[in-house]
Write a protein that binds this ligand. Structure first.
Ligand SMILES: *Cc1c(COP(=O)(O)O)cnc(C)c1O
Length: 393
């Protein structure tokens, strides 16, 4: 049987996997015994805080946790989310219908279009952007319209640049702050404009806040839900993955508009059966951690940021230090594609990075480096670049 010819169009229409060539190069380099420094993947290297692990151990022994969990998540977890939102953002949420537990926010983001997008319907998202917004839209046979993120606009989408017929046609709009991959942070004024846009054009806003707790200096990122009217027009996705170093645990949540959440919940209840209750109990322990745990984590990333950005600037790169997220978005020297630059860094300095073009057309001209590697390795990475004569001009 020729399975390849039987593939559904939604699989065939997925963007070509830009990283396939790099992955091959990486595997070859590893086989050749090279010591690769991975600045590519956005996956925290720091361990999950001990109280969270201990809560999982205790909860794993409780037989009632071994059964199917409830679809929308344990009430106690949703209450913990509501408390956390009150404490962190001063936003009130009803645990009953304004909080939904997810198997990581990627799952919720990927499934959301199933609830709202009919074949041919339009979804707005940014380029560059987290690839799941587009993939989820494709899986619902929808169409994506990409709003460019550019340096001139501080990498925030220019809402006024979206043609009004496109805006009227669109059903959902994915936005993301602090942003992966650009590290841009939206402020309250921007979110107010988003609410206005949503009301004018009848578009559901899906704000991805996976990096809300990873910030530097003093300015803490705002939640979309802090802005008046947000709950009428949209939802916000959160993840415990980046905040508490829990990427492997698969737990996140969405909050906000109860009708949108209920529709997403209807999709999910037909496809998955929720999050292991012991993991949800560990999630409660995470959300109840004192602020010190997060402050310590931010200090670690901040030190790394200062080392990496300072070093890159000395090498002649025009890098803006990120205010939030653990990504550094670096313009590549002219006349070379982001993919070529990634290959150069790998072959000449054994550094894995991510080409900006992998996040969409407007990501071309940049590469992304992550801060999920310790200071010594970051210094080694800079040393290798210097030794290989790699500089920003
Ligand atoms: C990592 C990430 C997520 C998803 O994280 P989960 O582990 O699925 O909760 C969502 N959005 C962005 C922008 C991310 O970088």
């Amino acid at each position: 049987m020729k399975i390849e010819t039987m593939l559904a169009n939604r699989i065939k229409s997925l963007p070509v996997y830009l990283f396939a060539g790099i992955d091959r190069m990486k595997q070859e380099a590893i086989r050749a015994g090279k010591d690769i420094i991975d600045l590519g993947v956005g996956d925290p290297d720091l361990p999950t805080p001990a109280p969270i692990v201990e809560q999982l151990q205790r909860a794993a022994e409780v037989p009632t946790n071994h059964r199917y969990p409830s679809y929308q998540g344990m009430l106690s977890f949703r209450q913990a989310v509501a408390h956390w939102y009150r404490r962190r953002f001063n936003v009130a949420l009803a645990p009953d219908n304004e909080v939904l537990t997810l198997i990581g926010s990627k799952e919720g983001i990927g499934h959301l279009p199933q609830a709202f997008i009919n074949p041919g319907d339009l979804a707005l998202m940014t380029s560059p952007g987290y690839p799941v917004y587009h993939a989820g839209t494709l899986f619902a046979s929808g169409r994506s319209y990409f709003v460019p993120l550019t340096a001139e606009n501080n990498f925030l989408p220019d809402l006024a640049s979206i043609p009004s017929d496109i805006a009227r046609e669109a059903k959902i709009f994915f936005i993301n702050s602090p942003n992966n991959p650009t590290a841009a942070v939206a402020d309250r004024t921007f979110f107010q404009k988003v609410v206005e846009f949503a009301k004018t054009y009848n578009v559901i806003i899906c704000h991805d806040a996976a990096y809300s707790e990873i910030f530097y200096d003093v300015r803490r990122p705002v939640s979309f839900m802090e802005v008046e009217g947000a709950k009428e027009v949209g939802i916000e996705f959160h993840s415990l993955s980046k905040t508490y170093n829990m990427t492997g645990w698969r737990i996140g949540f969405a909050v906000g508009n109860s009708d949108v959440l209920s529709a997403l919940g209807r999709v999910k209840s037909n496809l998955d059966s929720g999050v292991f209750q012991a993991v949800q109990e560990a999630g409660i322990a995470a959300l109840s951690l004192p602020d010190e745990a997060l402050i310590a984590m931010r200090h670690i990333y901040q030190e790394r940021r200062d080392v990496l950005v300072g070093g890159l600037q000395r090498l002649g790169f025009k890098v803006v230090p990120p205010e939030a997220s653990f990504y550094v978005w670096i313009p590549v020297p002219s006349r070379i594609t982001s993919l070529q630059w990634t290959e150069t860094l790998l072959s000449r300095a054994s550094l894995m990075t991510t080409p900006g073009g992998g996040f969409g057309k407007e990501g071309e001209g940049y590469i992304r480096m992550t801060l999920t590697t310790d200071v010594d390795r970051l210094k080694e990475a800079l040393h290798r670049m210097e030794a290989a004569g790699i500089c920003g001009t």
